[in-house]
Design a protein around this ligand. Sequence first.
Ligand code: NIG
Length: 400
Amino acid sequence: MTTELITGIAELTTQQHEPGAGGPNRLRDAALLIGDDGRIAWIGPAHRAPAADTRTDVAGRAVLPGWVDSHTHLIFAGDRSAEFESRLAGRPYAAGGIQTTVTATRAATAEQLEAGGRRLRAEAEVQGTTFVETKTGYGLDVATELRSARAAAGVADLVSYLGAHVVPVGVDRRDYLDLVTGPMLDAVRPFVQFVDVFCETGAFDVDESREVLAAGRAAGLGLRVHGNQLGESGGVALAVDLGASSVDHCNHLSAADVDALAASSTVATLLPACDLSTRQPFAPARRLLDAGAAIALATNCNPGSSYTTSMPFCIATAVLQMGLTVEEAVWAATRGAALALRGGARTGDRPDPVADGVGQVVVGGRADLQVLDAPSVAHLAYRPGVPLVSAVWRHGVRRR
Ligand code: NIG
């Protein structure tokens, strides 16, 4: 690799300072150097830029970290557009639709599952996403969960094991819990960093969810929870109690849930595209931030409740509909999302995103960058729906 100097940066979003801590996260008239190791080697004012092997002039555009999509379900087969259309006609979203995707996923080969995931990851990259978490959860038997975990490890940076998505049709609940916390966990363990559980009516109750998470923790995995999506399921309180890295959805929160999140290090991961597609009330982003809780924004790309890979769409929605400022939304989709991915098992060469500078532009951190065809990140909400991402680097390598 060679060194590359990026010049002409009208606005460089670094995410080096916690929001509200007073430090500048947006630098004007900046330049940055990508080292020959794919990491950021220097950041500073344009007039002090060092020499480099190559130079790229972004001509007055905004540069920021690539998006960190911390909640996706990219490993699946099949299509649920008919279910989506029936929702538009008034049928409520429920966990039961997952079984449709399970049937199609069980019929797919490992190659088909991985190719589908790669296609979606490529679609996300065009829109600025450079770091992705994805999950199993549409197999729900040992062979298909294992196939899904392998495919996920080939597609995403970090993988969560979601054998506890729903109890598959025709299987005894107790038998299934024993499978998820025993042989299925053992099978997927080499490929995953986190254990996840859908704690919701129609999926798993709080005691069952606790059992699944305890088994994952005993196997050395970090914890994540799908909680409080369709009602006050107790998932948020459970996630905080167990010190989970993240609790995702958070549409229906009591005052106690908000306070508990604010007093914890568990990140509330909010999924605006899912809220729109399932016609749930938006997660109370403003209340969470005002209380002092940490939030992340993610796409939740999956065929049932949120079939989009677009982080810019999620950011625009969070700003225009959920009361976030542009800076808060961009933080939640970069550094906030990296924080939501802390604490996973250290499997092979899988990075710890926070130690690796993911979601930030920081000297020594990974050069995961995007350029907007605009002078400022404000354009992400000011020009919603417009494809603004004009260049992407991942690990210092130009991808587009
Ligand atoms: O995060 N909520 C649970 N799981 C997915 C959706 C699954 C599906 O409907 O296929 C989600 O929304």
